[in-house]
Ligand binder design. Structure first.
Ligand code: AP5
Ligand code: MG
Length: 261
């Protein structure tokens, strides 16, 4: 149970959105979020970056590159979190699996609780967050705004043909979420994870029917968020087919903002 005395959002969030943050205290208390012990508020400001893009658009790939250059960020991938719950057969994992395998979005209430619970210790510590795969609906975006501010939104725009080719060739190490592709970043030994040597598998939702459904959900439900963040002056779109070409542009853009200089 979180107590108001010990739960703190980063100083910058408190300064910018005091009333919303106070609302979030109540909401978090009502929802009985777990909290770690009190953390001293750090001197430096924390930042919040979202990465949007279609399924297979390279969100995970670009996030990994960003973390190398901007190491103060903590990466939260909702897809990776959900797959971990599915593997551990938690109550959430059992509920989410059906939606994920068929390529549908998991209901907002489950996703909002999941992200808040995972992000709370980092928010308390004033750490910067890179959110990958959240928000995906306007409801999720509004829930996020109640607890923090968003500095920058990076939107990846990749053609559908490229996505379909990539997903057919994607292999993952389920325990760590490491991603491989024989045409782009192949494992050192075919079929095995580079670090653990364990087997690589294909994701259940990388089957053609689930890919079709994921693309449809993206177009109908998530893509409108790009305009939502553009209207707020937060989003920048990067188009292309190669993450190695897109990433240097993303890096340059982030370095040009005062948040990451
Ligand atoms: P999630 O895991 O987030 O899936 P996704 O959005 O469909 O995105 P992916 O992870 O498939 O792709 P990516 O953009 O990370 O691309 P990657 O870098 O791997 O979510 C899964 C499911 O969980 C959802 O369908 C939904 O059910 C649920 N869910 C999650 N969040 C939710 C939310 N907020 N609300 C409701 N439900 C939610 O790259 C793809 C492939 O391309 C890789 O093989 C990679 O190696 C390769 N690649 C990358 N760059 C290149 C390149 N330049 N050339 C060749 N190959 C490349
Ligand atoms: Mg991903």
């Amino acid at each position: 149970m979180i107590s108001v005395a010990t739960f703190r959002l980063p100083g910058s969030a408190l300064r910018r959105y005091p009333s919303q943050v106070m609302m979030s205290f109540t909401t978090l208390q009502q929802r009985n979020y777990k909290s770690t012990q009190a953390v001293e508020r750090p001197e430096e400001e924390s930042h919040f970056l979202l990465i949007l893009g279609p399924p297979g658009g390279g969100k995970g790939t670009i996030s990994k590159k960003m973390l190398k250059d901007f190491s103060s960020f903590h990466h939260v991938s909702t897809g990776d979190l959900l797959r971990q719950h599915v593997r551990q057969r938690t109550a959430l994992g059992i509920k989410a699996k059906g939606y994920m395998d068929s390529g549908e979005l998991v209901p907002d209430n489950l996703m909002i609780d999941l992200v808040m619970e995972d992000a709370t210790p980092y928010l308390e510590a004033g750490q910067s967050l890179l959110l990958d795969g959240f928000p995906r609906t306007i409801e999720q975006a509004m829930a996020l705004e109640k607890v923090t501010h968003i500095d920058v939104v990076v939107n990846l725009d990749v053609p559908t043909d490229t996505i379909v080719e990539r997903l057919a060739d994607r292999w993952i190490h389920p325990a760590s979420g490491r991603v491989y592709s024989y045409s782009y970043n192949p494992p050192k030994v075919a079929g095995k994870d580079d670090i653990t040597g364990e087997d690589l598998v294909q994701r259940d939702d990388d089957k053609p029917e689930a890919i079709r459904k994921r693309l449809e959900s993206y177009a109908n439900i998530t893509a409108p968020l790009v305009k939502y963040y553009e209207d707020k002056g937060l989003a920048r779109t990067f188009s292309g087919t190669k993450s190695d070409v897109i990433y240097p542009q993303v890096k340059k853009f982030l370095e040009s903002t005062h948040f990451f200089s």
